[in-house]
Design a protein around this ligand. Structure first.
Ligand code: F6R
Length: 266
């Protein structure tokens, strides 16, 4: 795992925006895995700004979102499709037919889950997968004790996640407790993964992800098994790590190495 500790949430978003820009420059038809939630919003703003400045184009890209609330269609303001349209898709040059979110209103959600996996395969697999992390270590809606080999499926949300997400729902509004989510096995098939975490509330989950054992109790710890994961943290999210100095040292060496490689190539 490459663990990068940055000063602020804005620095985290800027670093992530650079990764997406590099990916789309190298491969304009990239398949991107996307997440909802508060954490990626700054990143999405930066991607919108860069697209407006002509530094970036999604014209040939496809996107697959991690998850959707079961039973909410895309016109529901709390649906993740609605969120993604508002936060990103409506403001960039992507073809809407190539933005995929699990179909959570299908009469047969199990079939919808299989179809989602099939669509990812047909697109050629995810090149760069963006993740946030829940305070309990969930990624997508893969809550603690999810199988580390799980595929896209219906998943029950924990009371903790329902409480955390209640802030998005009005008093008395129906809040689903089921989701359709990519599985951990699905996520681990992405060629490259970037996980963003900001704020002190995420610090214990970040510590378990990076330094803890690989365990279904902390689903994000499965990322240790993947060969190309970058974990981008602000100082608050990194505050429970036992070895921050080590990660900072490695990152400085990596930066120096890539500078000397690019100097040698030019
Ligand atoms: C949402 C998702 C979730 C969130 C996580 C953190 O698509 O995949 O795993 O990333 O719940 O949410 P925030 O960023 O709101 O703290």
């Amino acid at each position: 795992m490459r663990v990068v500790i940055l000063n602020s949430p804005d620095d985290v978003a800027e670093y992530a925006a650079d990764l997406f820009t590099r990916q789309l420059t190298r491969k304009p038809g990239s398949v991107l895995g996307l997440a909802t939630g508060s954490t990626p919003l700054k990143l999405y703003e930066k991607l919108i700004e860069r697209t407006a400045r002509g530094e970036l184009s999604f014209r040939r890209a496809s996107t697959f979102n991690l998850d959707e609330y079961l039973g909410l269609d895309g016109t529901h303001p709390q649906s993740y499709r609605y969120f993604m349209n508002r936060a990103l898709f409506d403001h960039i040059d992507i073809e809407s037919g190539r933005t995929y979110v699990p179909n959570a209103v299908s009469a047969d959600p199990r079939k919808a889950a299989e179809d989602y996996e099939q669509s990812i395969r047909e697109a050629g697999g995810v090149d760069l997968q963006l993740l946030g992390i829940g305070v309990n270590g969930h990624i997508g809606f893969n809550e603690p004790y999810s199988s580390l080999g799980s595929r896209t499926r219906i998943k029950t949300l924990t009371a903790r996640t329902i409480a955390d997400n209640a802030r998005f729902f009005a008093d008395g509004e129906f809040q689903p407790n089921l989701s359709l989510t990519m599985g951990i096995g699905t996520i681990l098939e992405a060629r490259q993964i970037v996980l963003l975490a900001t704020g002190r509330a995420k610090a214990p989950a970040v510590k378990d992800t990076v330094e803890g054992p690989v365990t279904a109790k902390c689903p994000s710890s499965a990322l240790q098994l993947h060969p190309a994961v970058t974990v981008l943290l602000d100082a608050a999210a990194a505050s429970a790590l036992e070895e921050p100095a080590f990660f900072q040292h490695i990152e400085e060496l990596d930066q120096a190495l890539s500078t000397s490689i690019s100097d040698a190539a030019s």
